[in-house]
Design a protein. Structure first.
Length: 369
């Protein structure tokens, strides 16, 4: 039996390595998929558990199964509530909750198929052995080991509580359906993972500005709104307008203007942190949001560095174009607003002040108030 478990794991190693390489990249999406599975399994567990409890109370032959059914129903209710509340904000615990529910179901099926009904072949355990892995998106070798442990436990209990003939029949069934379980879970895992990757690529394409590769306005607004909705959220919103960009388009053409925008986008990515939200919100306007940034933490040095880099574009480019610069307006949360619209409006007003004061500089909204 043990060699079949190990061979099953070895079958999955190549795909498992591929999955591990990408697992953390798409962890949020995988966690969301597993959370839906947890809610479905726990809902079904409760809906099936309650009738079985009532049946076991009235039928003497099922009386010994009352407690296992109560355990499944209680665990289903508890984990379903947890899935709808706590686990949404603590996604790292979703796999543990999902495996816990699966372990309870498999444990009860082992009890029902061996101790409670030693004279019968264990159909319930086989059904869950094949069916449960289809609801789990995880590293394949981990699923194989988890299911393999319960296969070994089931075979040991069969040897202890059943006749040699019945036990042998159960062990053969367990090996065959364990290998089938590996194959089907592999296929479903692969399909789920491919769908997650495809959805992620589509979301990135939807949320990305095609010219610069930065985030677009819609994505920036959603991400900033999400951050500002947290308790005691802080942040700095920078709205940037490229000075004299219309003259660049007029003199060099739109292709030349597009190249300038790409260079500005590259400078923004080089200057600011990867954790900052950087986007192009239309035309020659850009946006940067610095999360968890108070008035004392605003990186003025980085802003000056960005302005200097923009000036360097004028000299580095092998073309004769009007001189460009960057005017920047800055609004702080919560002092200048607690929503995206408030911050953007105030940062835009500060941007207008930068333009009035001679362009190619930055201004804070609180100076206006």
């Amino acid at each position: 039996m043990y060699q079949y478990i190990l061979s099953g794991v070895n079958i999955m190693i190549p795909y498992s390595n591929y999955f591990v390489e990408n697992y953390h990249t798409y962890y949020e999406d995988i966690a969301d998929r597993n959370l839906k599975s947890l809610r479905l399994i726990t809902t079904l567990g409760f809906l099936m558990g309650i009738p079985l409890i009532l049946i076991s109370l009235f039928l003497e032959s099922f009386l010994n199964a009352t407690i296992p059914y109560i355990i499944i129903s209680a665990a289903s209710v508890f984990l379903n509530i947890l899935a709808k509340t706590y686990l949404k904000a603590h996604k790292r615990l979703i796999p543990a909750a999902l495996y816990t529910m699966a372990a309870i179901i498999l444990g009860v099926s082992v009890y029902l198929g061996t101790i409670m009904q030693p004279e019968l072949n264990a159909v319930t355990f086989i059904v869950f052995l094949v069916g449960l892995p289809l609801f789990i998106v995880d590293i394949p070798s981990r699923i194989c080991m988890f299911m393999g442990i319960f296969c070994v436990i089931f075979c040991i209990f069969s040897k202890i509580y059943k006749t040699p003939y019945t036990a042998s029949y159960d062990i053969i069934n367990t090996v065959v359906f364990y290998l089938l379980s590996i194959f089907t879970s592999h296929q479903f895992n692969y399909l789920n993972f491919q769908q997650i990757m495809s959805n992620n690529i589509l979301e990135i394409q939807r949320d990305t500005d095609k010219l610069t590769g930065l985030w677009n306005r819609g994505f920036c607004e959603r991400k900033i709104t999400s951050h500002l909705s947290r308790p005691n959220a802080q942040g700095a919103l920078l709205v940037i307008d490229i000075d004299n960009f219309k003259l660049v388009n007029d003199s060099g053409g739109h292709d030349c203007g597009d190249q300038v925008l790409k260079e500005v986008g590259a400078v923004l990515q080089e200057t600011f942190r990867s954790s900052d939200i950087i986007g192009r919100i239309g035309g020659d306007e850009f946006l940067i949001f610095l999360p968890d940034c108070s008035s004392d933490d605003v990186p003025r040095g980085r802003i000056v560095q960005f302005l200097e880099a923009i000036n360097a574009i004028n000299t580095a480019a092998d073309r004769e174009l009007p001189q460009i610069g960057a005017s920047i307006g800055i609004a702080l949360s919560p002092a200048d607003g607690t929503t995206f619209r408030e911050l953007f409006k105030h940062a835009d007003e500060a941007l207008y002040l930068s333009k009035q004061n001679g362009k190619n500089q930055y201004a804070f909204y609180h100076i206006l108030t």
